[in-house]
Design a protein around this ligand. Structure first.
Ligand code: SAM
Ligand code: SF4
Length: 417
């Protein structure tokens, strides 16, 4: 039997690429096995955004080095952000790896190629990811992504629309459009289509119920996009808008291309056009030079802007990046941990209050699966909702009356379909 195993770490784009690889393997007659040691081909889809993710990937590779010693016929493939532009050095470092595939690049190995974009899973997930743009041109000073994923490369609009139609035919009800910066979609294509135009086209796809997209870059979010979120019925009222810091000096050192006032003005414009919009953000703490005062500015932004979710990460110097070369990593690990805890604690209170207001409300939920005897799904604003029922609600849109809330999820009772 031809068999494979994929180990994935990192962002939703890595997960989407692993899903795509699975579909390609299945189309060639391979079968996924639950046990890594039983697989004929092992794919490691790696992340290097922070040192912790890189370490986990290297540990996995070391385990595979031993496996390769005992079973030399097993093929090992490394993909994701660990694969650098020039793989010569990595080939010396990891001689037991058979193939190095650049993240988001074209490949052809063991009869598996992604030259044909039409290969999709036989059964699509209720909420299916669709990558619309690869790479990034921004070079934020701390970030390794542009060095490992290359420059922005958008997929043609027709290809995306056709893929979404096929996913809907195979069971998808929602699509999540993915890119490191979806707001710059299309600038590299003939005729320069944009994300707002793509959303209009996808809104017309019959059978599709919801459209989401991430990640947005505050400096690139256009009025047309805000109008599309407010005007198109299938586009959900949820935006991930990473701010990274609430302090102008830190933002300038990060090379983000906006200041706090511009970010706040954008949030206000979004809230004016889409009053019930749910906003989430990413924040890096302990960036070089982030003194108490600068961190207090970030805390202030968090508390006043009422995000429904915040992903806080400790700054991790990354090879090749400007920040690693130019700045001393001068905030110690203990202090970084303390700041993440402070942010998480403040955010839990805010999210708890926002969610508590939903108690007693009837909310539309798209059911995505079942866990520990409970059905779960998401609201249009991306909140996780659990309910109990012995009927099969998979893939259906139901109305749930919220009975219990916490900062992280909601629980309720199904009242109608
Ligand atoms: N393109 C998105 C943006 O502009 O925010 C995010 C892409 S990045 C892969 C995902 C998140 O990882 C970022 O939002 C940032 O908070 C975090 N991140 C990136 N580089 C980091 C670093 N060197 N240390 C800590 N966190 C980092
Ligand atoms: Fe990294 Fe900045 Fe590009 Fe996001 S926008 S992927 S943080 S360089």
């Amino acid at each position: 039997m031809l068999s494979y195993f994929i180990w994935t770490i990192g962002c939703q784009m890595n997960q989407a690429e692993s899903d795509r690889l699975s579909a390609l393997f299945e189309a060639r007659g391979y079968q996924a096995v639950p046990d890594i040691e039983a697989a004929g081909i092992i794919i490691v889809n790696s992340c290097m955004v922070r040192k912790s993710a890189e370490n986990r990937t290297i540990n996995k590779l070391m385990m595979l080095k031993h496996l390769k010693n005992t079973s030399p016929e097993t093929k090992i493939v490394l993909t994701g952000c660990l694969v650098s532009e020039n793989t010569d050095e990595q080939k010396e470092q990891y001689p037991f790896v058979d193939y190095f595939l650049k993240a988001g690049g074209k490949f052809d190995f063991e009869g598996i190629t992604n030259e044909n974009p039409g290969v999709l899973p036989a059964q699509a997930a209720v909420s299916s990811p669709v990558t619309i743009i690869q790479g990034c041109n921004n070079f934020c000073s701390y970030c390794i992504v542009p060095y490992r994923r290359g420059r922005e490369k958008s997929r043609p609009e027709d290809e995306i629309v056709n893929e979404v139609k096929m996913l809907v035919e195979r069971g998808a009800k929602e699509v999540v459009l993915l890119g490191q910066n979806v707001d710059s979609y299309g600038h590299d294509l003939p005729g320069k289509p944009d994300l707002a135009g793509l959303l209009h086209k996808l809104n017309d796809v019959e059978g599709l119920q919801r459209i989401r997209f991430l990640t947005n870059h505050p400096k690139d979010m256009t009025s047309q996009l805000i109008e599309a979120i407010s005007g198109l019925e299938k586009v959900c009222e949820k935006v991930n808008l990473p701010v990274q810091a609430g302090d102008d000096d830190t933002l300038a050192a990060m090379g983000r291309g906006y200041n706090v006032a511009q970010y706040v003005a954008l949030v206000d414009r979004l809230r004016k056009s889409v009053p019930d919009i749910a906003l989430t953000t990413d924040i890096i703490v302990g960036f070089p030079g982030e003194n108490e005062h600068r961190f207090a500015n970030t805390m202030k932004l968090l508390v006043t802007r009422c995000f429904v979710g915040v992903h806080a990460a400790m700054y991790s110097p990354r090879p090749e990046t400007m920040a690693a070369k130019k700045f001393d990593d001068n905030i110690n690990q203990e202090e970084k941990k303390k700041r993440v805890k402070l942010l998480d604690k403040a955010q839990a209170v805010i999210a708890g209050e926002i969610n508590a207001r939903l108690a007693g409300k009837k909310i539309e939920v798209l059911v995505e699966g079942r866990k520990k005897g409970k059905w779960y799904g998401r609201t249009r604003s991306d909140k996780l909702v659990f309910f109990e029922s012995s009927d099969n609600w998979m893939g259906q849109t139901v109305c749930v009356k919220i009975e219990n809330t916490s900062p992280w999820s909601l629980k309720g009772r199904i009242i109608e379909t």
